[in-house]
Design a protein around this ligand. Sequence first.
Ligand SMILES: C[S@@+](CC[C@H](N)C(=O)[O-])C[C@H]1O[C@@H](n2cnc3c(N)ncnc32)[C@H](O)[C@@H]1O
Length: 377
Amino acid sequence: MAVSCPTKECMPESEIYEDVKDYYGRVLKSTSDLKSNACLTPATPVAPAVRRVLEEVHPEVTRRYYGCGMVVPECLEGCRVLDLGCGAGRDCYMLSQLVGDRGLVTGIDMTEEQLDVARKYVGYHTKKFGYKKPNTEFVQGYIEALQEAGLKGSFYDIIISNCVVNLSPNKKHVLKEAHHVLKDGGELYFSDIYCSHRLPAEIRTHKVLWGECLGGALWWEDLLRLAEEVGFCTPRLVAASTVTVGNKELQSLLRDYKFVSATFRLFKIPRNVSNESCRVIYDGNVTGHEDFLKFDAYHTFRKNEVVTVDGELASILKMSRFAEEFTFQDHAENKTGSCCVMPKAVSWNPFELELPQGGSADASAGGCCGAQPSCCP
Ligand SMILES: C[S@@+](CC[C@H](N)C(=O)[O-])C[C@H]1O[C@@H](n2cnc3c(N)ncnc32)[C@H](O)[C@@H]1O
């Protein structure tokens, strides 16, 4: 299939697309060919259920995995999921098992060689997972031009992406298109590399640094700004790990700029939804999260615990696929004066998530809402 540069604005950057295709299509053949540690998922403990589904993915697909985080949102059964920059399809085949045979996983990537590997194993995984027909499909196209690639608006429940948005020369277009193809209440849950400051031109134009997911890294504050411009709710930080470059030559070019691999979740909530804080109670029915649900780095909902959430989080929980998993109480309804956990001001800066050197932190770090229980009047 012939593909063209997606937008006029990015024409001067069209060389980037060719360089990145060359890097992931021809230069890299497996994870061991990477020249830095950026496109490597940090070795944090993986939940047994996730480990089990990863073990089912064909080794050739796994060998060509270049992700920097874990993209396993909760409540996936029956969902339609889109993977931006799916590469050889490791995350697609992982999630194919979690959405089940009523769900759908679509992977989109611009690099033919990556898609060839992904497509080669559709039949293998369909059989292995015991499905009558495939629930996974792969589309060639640009993540900045999802509609041009034939993807429908308001169709997907969830979009994931793993170490790809940094490679795009037009990140606002990526977010805009993602917002368009998500249903109301849907979410973009993605891992990527972020920088401590905006990067200068000499780093951004270095081909290897760009290909290694460092040169195109977004300043984390720009993610917050772009998300708001496009119409997403505030990006909620889920996990973060310090990136250690692991290559002296590349490290010297990067000077004192710091990098982090971070996973954020961005919800598409209609603007006219009321934004009032309320009390919520998690019912403990999400598979694999029966005792508690770690929603982001600062909010962990324990089963049957009454928690006060701010207006934005209240609207996210009410309008998304999580609505059925919670009971909602207006403040006026709580006549018992029972104990609850209060919300706390939080920072979405991934560099502030108390990262040990070269280490990582995830949603569990904040404890229950990151706040001390206190009694509501
Ligand atoms: C670092 S790899 C990650 C691949 C995959 N997510 C994984 O975890 O293995 C980046 C992938 O994004 C794809 N990619 C980069 N920029 C893209 C763009 N603008 N449109 C579509 N695909 C893109 C590349 O072809 C490559 O397969």
